[in-house]
Write a protein that binds this ligand. Structure first.
Ligand code: CTP
Length: 397
């Protein structure tokens, strides 16, 4: 594996030398990047001797090679060990004022951050908020342990053990290859069914769950097609995004991309009805609503189920009562391989960017509670469960 080891300026920087040695001994190709602070704690020569490679310390050493971009692209994983409060804050904010922060910003490979600092700095709400931001973006945080700190007191903030850091690097790199070579199709967002040029029927979906599932599929190495209804939430730039408005457009775009998809996940809140007639001109209120009738929109997911040829098909069900019974009916009638159910009976409808709660069901009575979490975390849990279920079944139905 090719690993960029970023070392920042904390007393635990000396432990990064042992980690570097362990990585080299097991055969990894390691490029070490030291921040200015790190260099005050450990010399570049130590790492150069361990890796038998030049150690990178500055953006300006050989600017013609654009080292931050080259390294960010070539690596299988980037590990920042130890990560100071300052380094964590910079990455959370997207600041790029030295080589390591530039690499972190340019990278599209797994990022593993192992914090080490004084307890008060670690527990400060600012650091905790920055760590939460990184976690929400899919960064792996290797939690610090409790132990003897440089201040000669015991507290949380001690760099995690080497074994834990190595395991986190391996798990992240494995996860990044999990869907390599596979094509994932996701529908997301609401649809709008036009009544006239300014009015439409729609719903409160923001597409967030589908966008997070697409983001996580990309993080696991998939090629992702995202068919997205109207939303102001920004989809990941690496996905092939097709913007649609109506259920019919979503149907056409999705069915066109379905053949050959390895996995398709329908998260879209497709409008169930549309006006039979769309008026070409804005309807005057005096003209009334008489004669306005509705018809069913095509069921995209059911059609994917009818035509599926090896695609692992996943649906969503939002229910207010008997939710697992209704979801199981959808699982069977739409020929799904799994369905994610959320109970939308409470005040918290599950729409929007806030947390949600999901249960995953699959044929043969399989059931897994994914719990309540932010949608980024739920997307990770859902992919873990889906890929495990698919692997257990061995074959693609
Ligand atoms: N779906 C779809 N095309 C539609 C309607 C729904 O692809 N026209 C998908 C959704 O993306 C979701 C699942 O089907 O994955 C939801 O099933 P559905 O039967 O539409 O749920 P409800 O709208 O809640 O239906 P019902 O009123 O019958 O419970």
């Amino acid at each position: 594996m090719r690993i960029v080891l970023g070392v920042t300026g904390g007393i635990a920087a000396y432990k990064a030398a042992a980690l570097c040695s362990a990585l080299v001994q097991r055969g990894d190709d390691v490029d070490v990047v030291l921040t200015e602070g790190a260099e005050r704690f450990v010399g570049a020569l130590t790492f150069a001797a361990l890796t038998r490679k030049p150690v990178l310390t500055s953006l300006w050493e050989a600017p013609e090679t654009i080292p931050h971009i080259a390294l960010a692209r070539a690596a299988d994983a980037i590990a920042i060990v130890p990560a100071t409060a300052n380094a964590i804050a910079k990455i959370a904010l997207g600041l790029a004022d030295d080589l390591l922060s530039n690499i972190a910003l340019a990278a599209r490979v797994p990022l593993i951050v192992a914090p080490a600092m004084n307890s008060a700095m670690y527990e400060h709400p600012a650091t905790q908020a920055n760590l939460a931001t990184l976690r929400a973006r899919g960064v792996t945080i290797v939690e610090p342990g409790i132990g003897f700190l440089a201040e000669r007191e015991s507290g949380v903030g001690r760099l995690a053990d080497q074994e834990a850091i190595l395991a986190a690097i391996d798990a992240s790199a494995t996860r990044a290859r999990e869907l390599a070579g596979e094509r994932v199709l996701v529908t997301a967002g609401p649809t709008r069914e036009a009544i006239d040029p300014v009015r439409f029927l729609s719903n409160a979906s923001t597409g967030t769950m589908g966008i997070e599932l697409a983001r996580e599929a990309l993080a696991r190495g998939a090629n992702v097609d995202l068919v997205l209804g109207p939303t102001s939430v920004t989809p990941p730039s690496e996905a092939r995004v097709v913007r649609v408005v109506s259920a019919q457009e979503m149907y056409d775009a999705t069915l066109a991309r379905a053949p050959g998809a390895d996995i398709a996940i329908a998260t879209a809140a497709v409008a169930d009805w549309r006006p039979v007639q769309t008026y070409a001109h804005k309807r005057k209120k005096d003209e009334g609503a008489e004669g306005m009738s509705l018809e069913r929109t095509p069921d995209i997911l059911a059609t994917l189920g009818e035509r599926k040829n090896g695609t692992f098909l996943v649906g969503f069900a939002a229910e207010t009562r008997d939710f697992e019974t209704f979801a199981l009916e959808k699982l069977a009638s739409k020929r799904l391989d799994a369905i994610a159910v959320n109970d939308v009976s409470g005040n918290d409808s599950g729409f929007g960017t806030g947390p949600s709660e999901l249960v995953l069901l699959w044929p043969g009575g399989g059931r897994e509670e994914l719990g309540r979490a932010g949608k980024g975390e739920l997307a990770r849990r859902m992919w873990d469960a889906l890929l495990r279920v698919r692997a257990e079944r061995g074959t693609r139905t």
